[in-house]
Design a protein around this ligand. Structure first.
Ligand code: SIN
Length: 509
């Protein structure tokens, strides 16, 4: 079977290697260079290294709890049940996980985990170690890799996805197309995601009519050092004992949540934002009490020192930045989407494991577990796809339809500023960010639907077009969810019930 995979993070490369081992003819498309995606940036590790008293069942409970009860129990069970095999496969692929003195894989703690169960490599360079190992395996395999190949759109015929059209115009046919292009952090101006994270797979799926869900759930990481490129200070630093302080040096998280700095990420991010807003000065991460910072966190240590911060002696100013998209292209636990011939995996997919807020270090695990599952499923039941409406409780259904301003029930000024990536990012940050309200969301939906991106001819224009498609979907989903849940937080519930429903929203359960 010819399998075309767009994207080359842990999810795409795991699927590629497994599908290759199963005898498929596999080709991976990367818009940049192999190894330059999100996976290589992951500082926090990979969950699933269970120690005494721990179990997949406890990990499942933590995952469901962090996701504010919105996770899918079947998907979560698949995730945790596959964890041990996934970590073993990464060790076999050559990932040099950090070891404890007895030679076992060392276990770290991160927020909202009941016990230390996070495996790291190179301290805070886990993603890079995983990416390097998988890339060298792929280079040594029969998997074909096309770098600099921008997958622009899906080819469909007879109700089935039959391949991919590259931005260059070249058309590649396949029996199965896998979207593994990561998330869409670049819809925001402040994000931990690298520059290519522009929602390409989700936009392609939307244009082809695949179902998406949970796009209102955008995770903001609470401890990001701002600068011309925001820099993540891993949650593992708080797991090692660092604390958050306000301008007066007070540990404000103690009053916010029983787990203080190790509360679920959305809770910490909102508290950090509120403190900064009320005090008018940034919150700081105080790691001065943590031993051996340079040894445990060499990447962070080097970056902070390059920015003139000695974190062994002084606190680090931090603020929230967009980090992860919980929603995406709807799939089952084997990566099947609602379109025959189309599969999705990793951050591009909405499997249901993350619910409304992802548990730290579950994303690399998701890529490893579901990438392997997808490859196995290609063999066994390639044509069995999800029903067009998989009936996810509480999800807003979104399709790409022309926006009809009259239908919103509000006056609608379609003469807003013309589209530019920076304007889109600012709009998303201000109106569809960490703290949302009905009016801002409605404004964002109107403006986003008034903008048009130019017909893409260059990679930047293609990314812009994709960002606009995904931003519209995120804003519409956020407008449709009138309550707060997990990472989707409304400062006040919609005052008028129900919230205005643009015609781009086809109902909200
Ligand atoms: C972090 O290192 O804080 C991020 C880990 C993650 O997003 O899972």
């Amino acid at each position: 079977m010819k399998v075309l995979i767009a994207g080359a993070g842990i999810a795409g490369l795991t699927a590629a290697l497994r599908a290759d081992a199963l005898g498929h003819d596999v080709e991976v498309l990367v818009k940049g260079a192999l190894g330059d995606g999100c996976t290589a940036h992951a500082q926090g590790g990979i969950a699933g290294e269970y120690g005494p008293g721990d179990s997949p069942a406890l990990h499942a409970l933590d995952t469901m709890h962090a996701g504010d009860g919105h996770g899918d129990p079947v998907a979560i069970a698949a995730l945790v049940d596959g964890a041990i095999a996934a970590l073993d496969a990464l060790v076999a692929a050559g990932v040099p996980f950090d070891r404890a003195s007895d030679g076992s894989v060392a276990r770290g703690l991160e927020a909202a985990h009941s016990l230390p169960r996070i495996a790291h490599a190179g301290g805070d360079a886990t993603g890079k170690a995983i990416s390097d190992a998988l890339v060298s395996r792929v280079r040594a395999s029969a998997v074909q890799v096309r770098e600099g190949a921008f997958a622009a759109d899906l080819l469909t015929a007879g109700g089935r996805v039959r391949g991919i059209r590259l931005l260059s115009g070249e058309e590649l046919e396949a029996d199965a197309v896998v979207l593994a292009t990561g998330g869409a952090g670049r819809v925001y101006p402040f994000t931990t995601n690298p520059s290519g994270t522009t929602g390409d797979g989700i936009a392609m799926a939307l244009r082809a009519g695949a179902s998406v869900a949970d796009l209102e759930f955008v995770q903001f990481h609470p401890t990001v050092l701002s600068g011309h490129e925001p820099f993540l200070v891993s949650e593992a630093v708080r797991g090692a004992g660092a604390v958050l302080r306000d301008a007066e040096g007070r540990r404000f998280m103690v009053d916010e949540h029983a787990d203080a700095e190790l509360a679920p990420r959305d809770v910490v991010a909102r508290a950090v934002a509120r403190q900064a807003l009320t005090q008018g000065s940034p919150v700081v991460l105080d790691a001065t009490g943590v031993h051996d910072l340079a040894a445990h966190f060499p990447t962070i240590d080097a970056e902070l020192r390059s920015r003139g911060i000695d974190w062994t002696r002084e606190p680090v100013p931090v603020s929230p930045a967009a980090h992860y998209l919980m929603g995406g292209v709807v799939t089952d636990v084997d990566g099947r989407t609602t379109l025959p011939g189309l599969w999705a995996v990793g951050e591009t997919a909405r499997t249901g494991v993350h619910g409304a807020n992802r548990l730290a270090s579950n994303s690399l695990l998701e890529g490893a577990v579901f990438g392997a599952r997808l490859a196995e499923a290609l063999t066994s039941a390639s044509d069995a796809q999800l029903p067009p409406d998989p009936g996810i409780p509480g999800r807003s259904r979104y399709q790409l339809l022309p926006f009809d301003s009259d239908h919103s029930g509000r006056s609608c000024d379609l003469d807003g500023p013309s589209f530019a990536r920076t304007a889109l990012q600012r709009l998303m940050w201000e109106k569809v960010g960490l703290l949302r309200d009905d009016e801002g969301l409605a404004d964002a939906v109107r403006t986003l639907h008034a903008w048009e991106a130019p017909a893409p001819r260059t990679p930047v224009e293609q990314e812009d077009a994709n960002l606009l498609v995904v931003a519209r979907a995120v804003a519409c989903a956020a407008l449709a969810r009138t309550d707060s849940l997990g990472a989707h937080f409304r400062l006040s519930p919609a005052l008028t019930a129900p919230a205005p429903t643009p015609s781009a929203l086809i109902g909200a359960a």
